[in-house]
Design a protein around this ligand. Structure first.
Ligand code: HMG
Ligand code: MG
Length: 302
């Protein structure tokens, strides 16, 4: 076992989390959430996406949000860009990293971005080239690496295939995503090992939704392989509009509680993170979807 001594977390709550909310969340609230996350010590924040507002209306305020964030040095702000139109729009807001998002499942690729896996790579290639020319980092999200809402179980070979295609067009690092949270530790490890055929361990991150309550176990399984980059969502926000029934990412609070308990550094102040989660949960009119946050908020109250 190769458990790392430091972990870098990307909070995807403002994007993966809030993209899925039924009622609109004003740009000011999203901006305040980003400010609270950076104040809590998050060094990477996935802020928004430049996708069709007809497909994902919650992200239509991408410019307002990116322009409104008072950036902190040392923090990397990333955004999703599915095509050149999205990249050109994002460029005006100068993200530090863009994310192209592909799928290991053909059916999910069609439902989510309206094209096949092969077509998605053709669309991503000029985006990656333009980003790298502009000095912007490029990450690739790989959806449905263990299971797909339309196709069921996904074989590791299909993850390796997608990772190879992304590597081939110059994507610098990739996320192994369990979009619908059906994965269990060994399956997640196989998806990561498939990715490692093309990417070094430092360039692989885990992105686990918690639908079946497996995301922390899957995080630990990834740590055992030496993965030290993870995406999580403050207050466990979110889901994907094209993966019905899937819940949010593993809560950042739960991951931080586990990592700190294992003596792994994150640079994050758990109390401030819990405040950030309470802030957005209050706005949404519900409790944070995090066991650690709930326990620590109860302890504060008692
Ligand atoms: P399309 O309809 O095939 O695109 O959609 P098109 O090129 O034919 O254009 C159709 C219309 O969309 C045109 O407008 C374009 O201008 C517009 P119209 O002439 O009809 O008025 N358009 C755009 N507008 C704004 N920004 C753009 C853009 N591109 C075209 N970038 C498209 C293709 C990718 C745009 C569409 O399918 C889409 O927006 N999909 C949204 C996908 C999405 O955001 N999904 C959620 C994020 S992925 C996720 O959550 C998974 C992840 O967390 C990892 C995991 O857990 O698995 C990352
Ligand atoms: Mg996701």
């Amino acid at each position: 076992m190769n458990i790392p001594s430091k972990v870098q977390l990307i909070d995807v709550g403002p994007r993966d989390g809030l993209q899925n909310e039924k009622s609109p969340v004003p740009a000011e609230v999203k901006i305040e959430l980003v400010h609270r996350l950076q104040a809590a010590g998050l060094q990477e924040i996935e802020v928004t996406s430049y996708v069709s507002p007809k497909w994902v209306p919650q992200m239509a305020d991408n410019h307002a949000v990116m322009q409104g964030v008072k950036r902190q040095s040392g923090v990397r702000y990333s955004v999703l860009t599915p095509n050149l139109k999205g990249f050109e729009a994002a460029l005006l807001d100068q993200p530090d990293e863009i994310v192209v998002f592909g799928s290991a499942s053909e059916a999910f690729s069609q439902k989510n971005i309206n094209c096949s896996i092969a077509e998605s790579i053709e669309r991503f290639a000029p985006v990656v080239e333009a980003a790298r020319t502009a000095g912007i980092r490029v990450r690739g999200a790989m959806s449905c690496t263990v299971g797909c809402p339309y196709e069921g179980e996904i074989a590791p070979e299909r993850v390796a295939y997608l990772a190879g295609l992304l590597k081939g067009i110059g994507v610098q690092r990739v996320d192994v995503a369990d979009t619908i949270g059906v994965g269990t530790p060994r399956k997640v490890q196989r998806a990561i090992e498939a990715t490692l055929q093309h990417y070094a361990i430092d360039d692989v991150s885990g992105h686990f939704h918690d639908t079946y309550g497996q995301a922390l176990s899957n995080t630990l399984a990834a740590l055992e392989l030496g993965v030290w980059n993870f995406q999580s969502s403050v207050a466990g926000l979110g889901g994907c509009p094209y993966a019905k029934g899937a819940t949010g990412n593993v809560a950042t609070e739960d991951v931080v509680y586990m990592l700190h308990g294992m003596g792994i550094e994150t640079g994050i102040d758990l109390d401030k993170l819990i405040d950030a989660g309470a802030y957005i949960s209050d706005f949404l009119g519900r409790k944070p979807n995090s066991r650690a946050a709930t326990a620590l908020l109860n302890k504060r109250g008692s």
